[in-house]
Design a protein around this ligand. Sequence first.
Ligand SMILES: [Ca+2]
Ligand SMILES: [Ca+2]
Ligand SMILES: [Ca+2]
Length: 627
Amino acid sequence: MKRLVLILAAWRLFAAAPEVDKVEPPNWWVGNSINPVRLLIHGKDLKGATVKSLQPAVRPGRTQANAAGTYLFVELEIQENARPGPFPLQVVTPEGTATAPFEVLAPLARHGRFQGFSPDDVIYLIMPDRFADGDPTNDDPAVSRGLFDRHKPRYYHGGDFQGIIDHLPYLKDLGVTALWLTPVYDNVNHLNEREKYDGEPITDYHGYGAVDFYGVEEHFGDLALLKKLVDSAHGLGLKVIQDQVANHTGPYHPWATDSPTPTWFNGTVENHLANTWQIWTLADPRAPASLQKSTLEGWFLNILPDLNQNDPLTAQYLIQNTLWWIGSTGIDGIREDTLPYVPRSFWREWMQAIKREYPAFRVVGEMWDEDPALVSFFQGGRAQFDEVDSRVDALFDFPLFGAMRRVFAGKAPAEDLAKVLAHNRLYANPNLLVTFLGSHDTARFRNEANADDLKLAFTFLMTTRGIPMVYYGDEIGMPGGGDPDNRRDFPGGWKEDPRNAFEASGRTPEERAVFEHVRKLMGVRAKLEPLRRGSTLDLVAKDQVYAFARVSGNVAPVVVINTDTKPETVSMETSELPIPPQIVVGNPQGARAWHDALGIAPDAEWRDGRLTVEMPGRTGAVYVIGR
Ligand SMILES: [Ca+2]
Ligand SMILES: [Ca+2]
Ligand SMILES: [Ca+2]
C-alpha cells in the first residue's frame, strides 16, 4: 500500500498541466450539416482531459485521447443560437487547464460559390509554383529557408497565388472558365531527404506531401490570399477547383511518428506494405481482399503514410477537412488525387457529406488507366458488383488521352478516337469525363509532336464530348519531357524573364499561332451550345478522317478532322442530322453552304442529303449552316 502511494505521488510529480498548440478544424459554422463537429486537439499531457465551454450554445461531448497524450478528440455541438466569434474552449485535467482556441462562424454565404463544373466549362491546370511569381518576398520564406532555386527542377521557383491573381485577366481572355490548382496544403519546410533527383534531395514544391491539412504553403501565400484568389476568379466568372489528397500524407507529416489513433494509418513507418498499383484487382469480383490489400493500403513510393479511411475517426477527420476547405474558400470543385487507392465505400460517405452541404459541388477523381472498362468502374451514378456507388461525379479520360496522343502524333489511325468513344456506354455519365492532352504528370504533347499536330489535337479536344482541360503553357505549345521537365516556368511569369508570353508581343510566331488557335476554339465552344451539351453522332471514322456531329435540338455542328498530310475529300451521309426544314424550303436547289466556324477550311457543300468537303491536310473544321 505504501509503495502504491509512492508511485501515485511520483506520477503526480511528473504529470504536467495540459498544453494545446493546435485545433483542427480551427472554426466551424452555425447550421452546418456536420454537427456535432469532431475537433482534433494537439498538444501535451492531454490524457484524461475533459473539454469545457464557457457558454451553453457550444456543447463539448465525449473526449478521447491517444496513449501519448498528444492528441485529444472532442465532439462539439454548435447550437443554432450560438453567436459567431471566438469561442475558446477549456481543456481540463487534474493538473491544470489549457485554452483551446476555436471560433464559431456565421452560417455560410453561398451566392456565387460552390458552383460545381460541367461540360460548359474549360478547365485550366496550374502548378502554382511554376506559373507566375507575383510576390518575390515569399520566394524564400524565413520558416523554410533554402528551398528556392529556379535552376533546380525540383526546388521551389517562386510562383504563388498573387501571380495567379495577376494573370486572371489573361485566363479570362483565353477563354477558360475554371482553374485547377495543384495542392496548396502546407508542405514540409526542409529538404525532402527521402526522395532524390540526380542523387540530391528534393523539395515538395508540387504540394502533394501535406504536413498540415489545415495549413497553406507559405511559398504560395496564406488562407486570406487564397480566399482573395477565389473571390477574384469568381468576379471574372472563373471557377476554382482545389486539388485534395485523402489517400496519404507527406513523408514528414507529424502523424507519421505520433498518430492520433493506433489505426490512423495502414501500418507504421517501420512496418507497412508498399503499393503495388494493381487497380484492376479492385474492379475484379474474383479478387479476394488479400489481393487488393497492397493497392488499397500500400504506401506510395514506400514512403507516403497511407491513411486508413476504415478508422471512423480518420474518415471523419478527412470529411470535415474537405468541407472546411470548401466552406472557407468558396471553391467550386475538387480534383481528388489517387482516387482508386482509397476504399470506394469511403468515397460514397465523403461524396454524400459534400453534396449534403454543397449540392451543386462536383468532384473529378484521378483514376489513371487507359482501359475504359476499368475507369468507368470508379465513376459514381450506379452501384457496382460490390453494391457500392462511389458517387464520384467525374473522372479524367485517360483512355481518350492515350488515343489522342497517338492519333495526333501520327502513330495511330483517326478511327481510334471513335473506338474509345464507343465505350461511352460503360460510363454512368461520359459527358462528365475531363478530357485533356497532357498534365503535370505526363510529358507535354509538344515534346513529341509539332505545333500543327498540337493545334489539330486541340480542335478535337474542344469539340468532343466531356469537360476539356488545358495544362498551363500548352496553349502556347510549351515543350517539356516527363516530370520534372513538363513543369517549366511559364515564360514571363517572373520579372527577370527575358520575354513575356502572357502578352502577344512576347510570343514567338509559333506560340502566337497555337495561342490564337486555342483561344478561337474556346470562343467557338462557348458560342455553339451543341459542342458542349450535344450528343455525338459519328459520320465518318476511318484511317485518316474522323467526322462527327454534336447534336442538340435542331442544331448540329459537324466536326471534320483530317489527320493525313494530304487533302481528303470527305463525304458524309446526313440523313440522321436534324437540319432545320426552313433551310431546305429557302433553297430549292437543295444546295447549301456550310462554313467552318474556325475560318480555316473551305466551305462544305450540302447536296442531296450529303455533306461534302475538300479538307486540307492536317486540318480540322467545325461546320455550321449559313454565315
Ligand atoms: Ca513568390
Ligand atoms: Ca511549408
Ligand atoms: Ca490507400
